[in-house]
Structure formats: C-alpha cells, structure tokens
Design a binder for this molecule. Structure first.
Ligand code: 6GU
Length: 224
C-alpha cells in the first residue's frame, strides 16, 4: 500500500512513521508513506499557498493551484483508489473505515490548514472526507498520522502474532479486557486468580465477560 500525504507542514509528519510497527511495515515493503510539501507546487512568485476568502471574513483559504497541481502530478504516476481530505466536517473515522482503507492500493491524504481548502478541490478531486473526532485540531496533519497508523497496522503481514489486530479493542465491536503481567502480586495488588489458573476455558470466559462489562460501562454506544 502507498500513502501520499499532502501538507504545508511536512515537518509535523517526519516523526510518526519512523518507529516500531510503521517502521517495520516500511522495511518489509508492505507500506510506503510519502509526504509532499504543497508549497513546492506553488507557481506564485512568493510561493504562497493560501489567500483571502471571497466574500470577506477572517481566515485564509488554501488555494486551488498548488493542491490540484500536486494531485495531478501524483495521478500521472499511478492511479489512486481514494483521495481523502481530513477535515473536522468529514465523516467520523472508526475501525470500520480503517479496515476498508487497509484494502486499498494507493491513497492520497490531503491535510487542511487555516480555514480549509478551496471548495473546488473538495468537489473535483476529493473522494472521501474524514474527521477523527468532535474537536478541532490546528491542521489535518495529526489526523493524517492517526489514519495512516491505524490503516497500515491492518495490512496483512505488518503485525505479528503478538500484536495481532484480531484481538484489538473495536475489532470485534468490544473494548479489550484488562491485561496483567508479572509479578502476580505487587504491594498487595493481586492479579485475578483465574488468569493464573491455567484453565483456558475459564480464562476465555473471564476475558469475554470483562470485555463486555467494560464496553457496557465505558462505551455503551458500541453495543447498540
Ligand atoms: Cl481531520 N482536521 C482538523 N483540523 N481538526 C480535526 C480533524 C481533522 N478531525 C477532528 N478534528
């Protein structure tokens, strides 16, 4: 899978993909992530990427020229399955969307800044608009990193057995049960007896019950 991220702040995306699971995905050749500076595509003499909005009002709008040139340049090199614009008014991102995106070959993620991008970009290029939650970030970069992380780890071969995505919270519609490691007792705090019992049927029952209890307590909306 190849992910191209378009941004005016590429520095914000230089760190997140160089560690642990995402790094391994790149090393194994399972995922490629390319970050493009939209400013490099500006034909403006000052390399501007934004301008005042028509009709007046506070806040700058990202201009159509550098973004459309960048997208068209990429499209000349390969076909894209999805051109995603990350924006607070997009559809809410969830595990289901992550699963779907992990099946794609090439995707573009466009990060907005300021008041957002010229609407014509959204109408003529963007195929999907995603928000990562009901709060406002100063730009789409952190949202793009969240999406790329959650999608890449689902690509077959990226995770090993220990980190298998199948037992993640949400993957079965439930939150994960609690986990413990050694020691069995620490300053009087004990690990639940059943987990030490070696009785795998009982252990599985405990985990299912706890996952359900947690979901009921914390995220009853997931059970609807
Ligand atoms: Cl995708 N972008 C911005 N700027 N803020 C957000 C968001 C995206 N998702 C939630 N808040």
């Amino acid at each position: 899978m190849r992910i191209d991220i378009l941004t005016v702040v590429p520095d914000l995306l230089s760190g997140p993909f160089d560690h642990s699971i995402l790094k391994r995905a790149k090393e194994k050749g399972l995922a490629e992530i390319h970050v493009h500076n939209i400013r490099d595509y500006s034909t403006d003499k000052h390399k501007n990427v934004d301008d005042y909005q028509y009709g007046g009002g506070a806040g700058m709008v990202m201009s159509i020229q550098p973004i459309s040139d960048c997208i068209e340049d990429l499209q000349k090199q390969r076909d894209y399955d999805e051109i995603i614009y990350v924006t607070p008014d997009g559809e809410l991102f969830d595990q289901n969307t992550a699963n779907q995106l992990s099946l794609k070959g090439n995707i573009i993620i466009l990060c907005g800044h300021y008041k957002g991008v010229d609407e014509r970009i959204r109408q003529h290029f963007v195929t999907k608009e995603i928000s990562i939650g009901s709060y406002v970030l100063s730009g789409g970069e952190l949202a793009a990193a969240v999406i790329a992380d959650s999608v890449v780890r689902l690509i077959p071969g990226v995770l090993n057995d220990e980190t298998s995505a199948l037992t993640d919270s949400f993957q079965d519609g439930l939150l994960s049960p609690p986990v413990y490691t050694r020691p069995a007792e620490y300053k009087g705090m004990k690990v639940p007896e059943v987990l030490l019992s070696g009785n795998f049927k009982k252990i599985e029952e405990f985990r299912e019950k706890e996952a359900l209890r947690r979901t009921q307590e914390r995220r009853p909306d997931l059970l609807d």
